[in-house]
Design a protein around this ligand. Structure first.
Ligand SMILES: [Zn+2]
Length: 224
């Protein structure tokens, strides 16, 4: 057993990863990126969840994505429910190379902290089709980053093939479901005031709809 770093956005998936990591590793730390995302509530909730669990949370700030502004998650002029300006097959919420940058920085932070395991909540099953959430991408990046730094740091992605319903089940199994429901933030409209059975959110943006559908399936398949 050793130490692990969870790449932690404060959303449903990375909060579930925190439960998964806590059940497997002796010590767990979290790393949150402040990259100019429109909804600051994400960073606030990430800090709050880490505090509630007594886990260290380091917030790494950088404004390169704000300067690029090529996503509805950053540029308020873009409609979240439309297609991406330059990638018609992807939603406007896609941030080009976001995970490549996040995981590269996480890998550097892990080297600094002497951590050999990085956990990310990427998922290729029922998300928005982001190509940087696929297993072949993360495997390639892991290889490149370890070659480029003479490191042996393992990336773990326990949610990669899970549906949102199965992710709720994993949260339940690792004892973190209440925190996922009450504290994690998913909503693309930044709504953390409207309560629903599945947590806080507007209920109509693509992220809320996916989370709501997953909760409904979880209740039907795993609680009856
Ligand atoms: Zn929403």
């Amino acid at each position: 057993m050793s130490n692990a770093l969870v790449v932690f956005s404060g959303g449903q998936d990375s909060t579930t990863c925190l439960g998964w990591a806590k059940s497997r590793f002796e010590k767990v730390e979290t790393l949150t990126f402040d990259y100019g995302q429109k909804h600051r509530v994400e960073i606030y909730q990430a800090k709050k969840i880490a505090q509630l669990l007594g886990i260290e949370n380091f917030v790494l700030k950088f404004d390169a994505f704000s300067q690029l502004g090529d996503s509805a998650l950053i540029d308020s002029g873009m409609d979240i429910s439309s297609a991406h300006k330059h990638k018609p097959n992807l939603p406007a919420s896609f941030v080009p190379n976001r995970n490549a940058v996040f995981f590269t920085l996480a890998h550097a932070y892990a080297q600094k902290q002497g951590i050999n395991h990085i956990i990310t909540g990427i998922n290729q099953t029922d998300y928005s089709g982001y190509p940087d959430c696929r297993q072949n991408f993360i495997e390639s990046l892991e290889l490149a980053l370890n070659l480029g730094s003479e490191s042996i740091i393992k990336f773990h992605y326990p949610l990669i093939h899970l549906s949102k319903a199965q992710t709720f089940l994993l949260a339940k199994e690792t004892g973190i479901l209440d925190i996922v429901l009450q504290q994690s933030h998913t909503c693309y409209n930044g709504d953390h005031n409207t309560w629903n059975d599945w947590g806080y959110g507007c209920g109509i943006c693509p992220a809320c709809m996916l989370r709501a559908k997953g909760w409904q399936e979880y209740e039907e398949k795993f609680t009856k």
